[in-house]
Write a protein that binds this ligand. Structure first.
Ligand code: THG
Length: 371
């Protein structure tokens, strides 16, 4: 394979040198930043996440800050989920949509202050989108990307590690809620958050010059729990049903198609972008839905580099948008973005290169019995 060219535009996170020292072996570009996606032993890294605790450089999850008198109004216009009752220190997962109801990004929206919101974004340019919307609507709000880089601590032992560093108050944080903290003078926010279903926290580092110090402090605090490096882990997130916006959605995917309808509030004001279309889709029902796909057989096949066609009786019914070897099912699994004519239990074929692989449709999240 040719190498990926590295350029100043592909920014290094504040933890970059530490991840190199830990043996990072692959990066993915994410918001024009290098985000670690592999170290040395994928199965050990999966087990560390699901059975112990791992630390992830997710500095690529940038914050888009909305600040000023109209910050809350702009946040609501961008997010088809009711933010009006959110309090300072609360975060909410949202599907930011365009005027067609198609998802542009699925950030966590954090209420930092009455006049300040962060959108903690997936991999697309919401700074440009937010700035444009604010200007076109004549709003008094400054849109920026501040020096804030999350470090995730994920896994069943994450709470003990983070409580040992910051105190027991972190144990009482509700999902996506956060509080201010300091570690040897390093300014942080500590949130119960992260892109896994193993439980965990994110430390929002607010001074990029101190990333290595923070990395080393977490590594030292986590040593009694055998903490080690990790990353947003494809097998764990697919098994447990987390959507990867950049991989599982095309230019025309609405929240109802990918199980995110529960994060849409249809009664938000009419000027929220996309809400008119979302109301119509909610009433008529979406044309596609997202189901699990489990391949027959147990031959681990790494790599899922393009969407695969999914066929029923030789006819295409949709796409398999991601795939991985599942350690939990001991099968190849993935998500299908499929016509609503398909249903759980159906037998399908997946076109993988030159072969047609027999597979079955399942519910998401996956259960071992679904094999
Ligand atoms: N942390 C931060 N920013 C992020 C991510 C993150 N930005 C991009 C991306 N990840 C955002 N995407 C998600 C998607 C799902 C979840 C978290 C981030 C998630 N969802 C649970 C679920 O769907 O079951 C819980 C949702 C809920 O109940 O509210 O955890 O990881 N800083």
């Amino acid at each position: 394979m040719p190498e990926l060219g590295i350029h100043t535009r592909l920014r290094r996170s504040p933890y970059y040198d530490a991840t190199v020292a830990e043996g990072v072996s692959a990066f993915i570009p994410y918001n024009n930043m290098l985000l670690p996606l592999a170290y040395t032993d994928p199965e050990a890294e999966y087990r560390r996440l699901t059975e112990g605790v791992a630390m992830w450089d997710v500095g690529g999850e940038r914050q888009i800050q909305l600040k000023g008198p109209d910050a809350a109004a702009l946040a609501q216009i961008l997010c088809p989920r009711d933010l009006s009752k959110a309090v300072i220190g609360q975060g909410k997962y949202v599907a930011v949509c365009d005027h067609r109801g198609s998802i542009l990004n699925d950030p966590i929206a954090l209420k930092i202050d009455d006049d300040c919101w962060w959108l903690s974004i997936a991999d697309s340019d919401i700074r440009m989108w937010a700035r444009c919307v604010a200007a076109e609507r004549g709003m008094d709000v400054d849109v920026s990307e501040p020096d804030v880089s999350p470090l995730a601590v994920q896994g069943p032992d994450a709470e003990d590690v983070v409580a040992s560093m910051f105190g027991d108050w972190v144990r009482d944080l509700k999902y996506f809620w956060f509080g201010d903290a300091e570690l040897n003078g390093i300014p942080l926010k500590v949130a119960r958050s992260g892109w896994s279903k193993q439980g965990g926290f994110e430390l929002y580092l607010m001074d990029g010059s101190r990333g290595i110090e923070l990395w080393n402090a977490v590594k030292e605090a986590g040593a009694p729990w055998n903490i080690g490096p990790g990353y947003p882990t494809p097998a764990e997130r697919m098994e447990n049903g987390l959507v990867s916006w950049g991989g599982d959605c095309d230019d025309d995917t609405n929240p109802f198609e990918v199980r995110l309808g529960r994060f849409v509030d249809l009664d938000v004001p009419d000027d929220v972008i996309g809400i008119q279309v979302l109301r119509r889709i909610a009433e008529e029902g979406p044309k596609r839905h997202q189901l699990g796909i489990v391949f027959e057989g147990d031959d681990p096949k790494p790599g899922h580099l393009v969407w695969y066609d999914v066929l029923v009786d030789g006819e295409k019914v949709g796409d398999m948008t991601c795939g991985t070897w599942s350690y939990k099912l001991e099968r190849n699994i993935g998500f299908g973005l499929l016509s609503v004519s398909t249903q759980i239990g159906d037998s399908v074929e997946v076109r993988r290169g030159d072969e047609l692989v027999p597979a079955r449709l399942t519910d998401i999240p996956f259960r071992r019995e679904d094999r």
